[in-house]
Write a protein that binds this ligand. Sequence first.
Ligand code: TYD
Ligand code: MG
Length: 457
Amino acid sequence: MSKLKIQYTCTECGSHSNKWQGQCVGCQAWNTLVETIPEDTTSKTARFASLAPRSDIQALSSIQAEEQPRFGTCISEFDRVLGGGLVPGMVVLLGGDPGIGKSTLLLQSLGLQCKQQKVLYVSGEESAGQIALRAQRLGMENSPMPVLTEIQLEIIIDVVQKHQPAVVVIDSIQTLYTAQQNSAPGSVSQVRECAAQLTRVAKANGVAMILVGHVTKEGTLAGPRVLEHIVDTVLYFEGDSHSSFRLVRAIKNRFGAVNELGVFGMTDRGLKGVSNPSALFLSQHGQPVAGSCIMVTQEGTRPLLVEVQALVDTSHVPTSRRLTVGLEQNRLAMLLAVLHRHAGLAFFDQDVFVNAVGGVRITEPAADLAIVLAMVSSLKNRPLPKGLVAFGEIGLSGEVRPAPRGQERLKEAAKLGFSTAIIPAANAPKQAIEGLTIIPVERIEAALHALRSAFVS
Ligand code: TYD
Ligand code: MG
């Protein structure tokens, strides 16, 4: 018997190499090569030829814009991240840590949808009995929802083509395998091939397909990067495993806006949408405490109030520590440098820890001002005044730059009873907002000056 040929494939870009190397020659990523079995290329042309119908060149003006009819998922927070619901032929990739609630959310959604349209739940991870047990917990044990426990792609495609459901959930893409490839399920080539085939079936039959994807320990979707390019929409489940709140964020959406956020609470009877989450990420302090500042962040179309906490403490190690949870680590180093240079506050002998409360992740630079105020408050060990909110980006030269949708953020803060807002001058509203005193600042020094006169002593 001839020896089985082995090659190495990059999990990031999918390029091949005959020997193992630390760095991929294709994309220069480190430690991404995994052992694979070369695929059978003889039938490739025939397979790919069927992927798309032939088309001729057309003038853009002569092409009819297709207005896609949408249908809901019966869960309003899920509809919101999808940009208003599912579209026939749409392929959605839902990623997230194990146990965060991907299967729960999709089972709940299909359970509600099956009353209105044909659906199919394909599970390669759990047995039918396990799914029934979960359904019992969710109070849907009498649901007529069709379930298929299968991992072979060809059988799944066959069932989909025969039953023509409007929505199919594949839980998960890493468990599927196609007979056209001889590598193991979950390997790069299997995942890529299965996703490509399913996409083709979704487009050809007008089926909305939701693929569940595993996440690696680095927090990105397992499998080749191309997976994210193949699908129309990429959603990520986020959240702290210790808190009951779960966020679903749109990273890419060909049918709607990105950065839209769906907020859920995990209960003992499944996920429940939180339609008004603005005050969710505030911790309840009776009295103001040092090192805490409330910021208004904007997630998609919704403003959200989040508490930023900082702890600045004398360091007893040669290199003082800078740690962030839910915020950007590199930005923290930058803000500390700006504070030193433009406000004369030195942190070099201090450990600095910054945390966004409630497991929320804030990537927008408008968090800068709140982080700075929280750090200064902790350094001086003096609480910020009660009812204060702040937002604004800080530049390297110490200027405070405007944040998008400033008005909406301020209105939300006023609605929740906040009384003072330190904000970028360019965001200052033309008309006064009832109950809210605005302190517009142009530079970081001005923000700290405003703080000094307002510190609770
Ligand atoms: P699950 O949906 O299986 O996660 P994933 O598919 O993303 O791996 O996650 C379920 C988790 O949520 C599990 O730890 C148990 C918990 N859970 C509840 O708290 N309440 C419920 O009603 C259900 C069904 C699960
Ligand atoms: Mg699952």
